[in-house]
Design a protein around this ligand. Structure first.
Ligand SMILES: Cc1cc2nc3c(=O)[nH]c(=O)nc-3n(C[C@H](O)[C@H](O)[C@H](O)COP(=O)(O)OP(=O)(O)OC[C@H]3O[C@@H](n4cnc5c(N)ncnc54)[C@H](O)[C@@H]3O)c2cc1C
Length: 328
């Protein structure tokens, strides 16, 4: 690991002042420290956030909305009764992240700003990994875990944060704080798609950190469903989160967001349109899954993700309606 300067911040103000160019915020360290050890990220200075008390905790309720501060550990999100009862899409996803030990250390901020797991990126070839003769390593190489949407571009990795997916489905907003003050954006606006290795996958301004995420009042129903290699100690292969509002029995508004298929959390407008004005049944949920898959352009080794995409959307929709037909 390259030598670095360490600053232990005790307030947000101190942290922001210490985050000069070339610095990185450090929360639980479950992602950043690994990248530093592998020389993938080599900050000049690390600013430790875990002692900043104003960055930890959960407040609010289902009727008015809930705010989760950025330093809140994933284990605390899991222990929250309001998250469990009002936002099961978020609770379920959090329960499946990594292991209990990692969830005890990992923070919401670190989760939303973790870097992609693409093995070419983690081996030092960047997010747009190319050989010296210009061949795209993911397009031409082992792309079994790569994207199936936006594959005409050069960012072929998949976005890593599974918590971003239910948060976007739930319409959550992120408050950022930096040298120019505070601003609030939709969680989906935190991310962008780099076109070269010198670009960031985050849409934050220099020196900004996440302060909190606010989820609006809970209306209707929400759920998540993951397909993964194994139950623990891994990221999902493909996952869907849905958030539905109803007029009587029919869906009046839907948000369907998918993990593991694009370099950003993938909002499937096609699935949203397909389920609108429908009663949730296995058939209508399957039609939404089918609609989501139209337009997918898998790479040479990841065609399996298209059927997973259909399944996770179908099952997330059915879970929201209390129908876990596959367990019968
Ligand atoms: C075996 C394993 C399995 C995993 N499975 C999953 C999974 O299923 N789903 C999933 O989503 N994740 C998964 N993870 C990733 C894990 O959730 C993240 O490593 C963790 O959430 C990062 O949080 P942290 O507090 O440790 O962040 P750190 O490692 O401290 O930081 C991560 C990044 O976020 C930045 N950062 C930290 N705090 C802030 C802030 N407030 N504002 C702006 N930037 C900030 C840091 O500079 C760094 O770049 C897994 C990790 C492991 C090791």
């Amino acid at each position: 690991m390259k030598a670095f300067e360490y600053v232990g911040a005790t307030s947000v103000d101190q942290a922001v002042k210490a985050l000069t160019p070339g610095s990185a915020p450090l929360a639980g360290g479950t992602d950043l420290i690994n990248r530093m050890k592998d020389y993938v990220t080599s900050p000049e200075r690390v600013v430790y956030l875990n002692d900043v008390k104003e960055l930890a905790g959960i407040s609010g309720d289902a009727a008015s909305g809930v705010t989760i501060l950025a330093g809140t550990r994933l284990a605390e999100i899991l222990a929250s009764e309001v998250v469990k009862s009002a936002y099961p899409a978020l609770w379920q996803t959090t329960s499946e992240v990594a292991t209990p030990q990692i969830r005890n250390m990992a923070s919401l901020g670190g989760n939303l700003f973790q870097h992609p797991r693409c093995w070419y990126y983690r081996s030092g070839f960047g997010l747009v990994p190319k050989t010296t003769d210009g061949k795209h390593m993911l397009r031409e190489g082992d792309n079994r875990y790569a994207a199936i949407f936006m594959t005409d571009g050069d960012a072929l990795y998949v976005h890593p944060s599974s918590l971003a997916v239910p948060l976007i489905a739930l319409g959550a907003k992120a408050t950022l704080v930096g040298p120019e003050g505070e601003r609030t954006v939709e969680v989906e606006e935190l991310y962008k798609v780099p076109t070269s290795n010198s670009e960031s996958p985050f849409a934050t301004k220099p020196g900004e950190i996440l302060k909190s995420v606010t989820i609006p009042a809970s209306k209707g129903k929400n759920a998540s469903y993951e397909a993964r290699h194994k139950q623990a100690h891994d990221w999902p292969l493909v996952m869907a989160s849905v958030n539905l509002t109803f007029s009587g029995e029919t869906v009046s508004d839907a948000r369907v967001v998918v993990y593991g298929v694009a370099p950003v959390p993938w909002r499937s407008k096609a699935a949203e349109e397909a389920i609108k004005d429908k009663v949730i049944t296995v058939e209508s949920a399957r039609s939404a899954g089918e609609a989501a898959a139209a337009g997918a352009k898998p790479l040479s080794m990841n065609g399996f993700k298209v059927s997973m995409l259909k399944t996770v959307i179908t099952r997330a929709l059915c879970t929201s309606a209390g129908n876990k037909y596959w367990e019968a």
